[in-house]
Design a protein. Structure first.
Length: 352
């Protein structure tokens, strides 16, 4: 009888938990980012508490203000500028100021006659058709960016509500983080050692993902945008954003942007700019990952680059923008769970 009652209670517990999760789903993004930001800025909150031990509310509120000033406002400004620059690029393509086939034509013109002829026979390059294909890809995206540029200032009620909920939750996650952590450890139906290892791995994965993946990507994108701006190239902010995104790809990464642009500059006659871009990309942008990742990450997250890539792309495909962070976190939890399983199995085998 006791077993039947326990099973009934577990079923009821599962049903009510799913129902509660369904109610919270509209604010899942706010809940996610409040949790991530609370983990990232927890050390800052603890320092504030050390300064004001009896004023935990003030310490939490001060940390939230720092998050708004250091994270939310700069991100909002960057997104607004990015959308505006994307719309401007679209207008230049539409007006014919930017000829999408011109770099390819210039490159072909720079080739020897035999090489140009061979490329035509092997690839069947039709530059007029190439222009139409490139335009068909760029123009719709540009139209969408231009439309967003017009209406970007009109924030929806849903976005404002999610932002306020995130800040509200962040305040309480910072202030009551230790108590929530203890309750979560007690609630999970796992051994204390397993619970501690999983939660510690999650915390390290969050910090490692933010610092080792996102922050390094932002730094590489920022460096790329700066050099594009200094060289007077088109849409430096947009180029920097694309380089930040592509920096997730192992080996090539941001080079998929600056290498073709540098080659085009060399072919088009801007030899000095091309050499500068190649040198800066190789010795600054390219090496930033090698130097910064070990410093920023350390032992926080240990995943092969191909796992990070697949998890990130899979997260983006399944969950949208939030998948950019959720993907690597799920991968880290997956590897942690299997490591615990293998370790436990090895211990049982030794005892036997």
């Amino acid at each position: 009888m006791r077993t039947s009652e326990d099973r009934s209670f577990l079923v009821w517990l599962g049903v009510i938990s799913v129902a509660f999760g369904w109610l919270l789903w509209p604010f899942s993004g706010a809940l996610l980012w409040a949790t991530l930001l609370a983990i990232i800025f927890a050390p800052l909150y603890r320092r504030c508490v050390e300064m004001f031990p009896k004023w935990r509310n003030v310490a939490a509120l001060s940390t939230v203000v720092v998050v708004v000033v250091m994270v939310l406002i700069p991100v909002g400004v960057i997104i607004a500028s990015l959308v505006d620059q994307g719309g401007e690029l679209y207008q230049r393509v539409q007006s014919g100021e930017i000829n999408l086939a011109h770099p390819l034509q210039q490159l072909k013109s720079a080739l020897p006659d035999w090489a140009a002829s061979l490329s035509d026979r092997l690839a069947g390059i039709d530059f007029s058709a190439m222009k139409e294909r490139l335009s068909s890809l760029v123009v719709p995206a540009g139209q969408q960016l231009a439309g967003h540029a017009i209406n970007f200032g009109q924030l929806t009620l849903e976005f404002v509500a999610s932002l306020l909920v995130m800040l509200y939750l962040l305040f309480f996650f910072l202030r009551d983080g230790n108590e929530l952590n203890i309750r979560l450890r007690d609630a999970l139906p796992l051994r204390p050692s397993q619970t501690a290892e999983i939660l510690d791995a999650f915390t390290l994965a969050v910090r490692g993902t933010i610092k080792g993946i996102i922050l390094v990507a932002l730094i590489q994108g920022a460096l790329g945008g700066v050099i594009f701006w200094l060289l007077g190239l088109t849409a430096p902010l947009l180029a920097g954003a694309v380089m930040a995104l592509l920096s997730l790809l192992p080996v090539l990464g941001s080079a998929l942007v600056w290498v073709p642009v540098a080659i085009y500059l060399l072919v088009a006659g801007s030899v000095t700019k091309g050499i500068i871009l190649l040198a800066f990309g190789t010795f600054v942008i390219g090496l930033a990952d090698n130097f910064l990742r070990p410093i920023l990450v350390g032992q926080s997250i240990q995943m092969p680059s191909y796992v990070v890539l697949l998890a990130t792309l899979g997260g983006l495909a399944v969950l949208g923008a939030n998948g950019f962070v959720i993907g690597p976190l799920v991968a880290a939890m997956f590897l942690t769970a299997w490591r615990i399983f293998v370790t436990s199995k090895a211990r049982r085998d030794v005892k036997e």
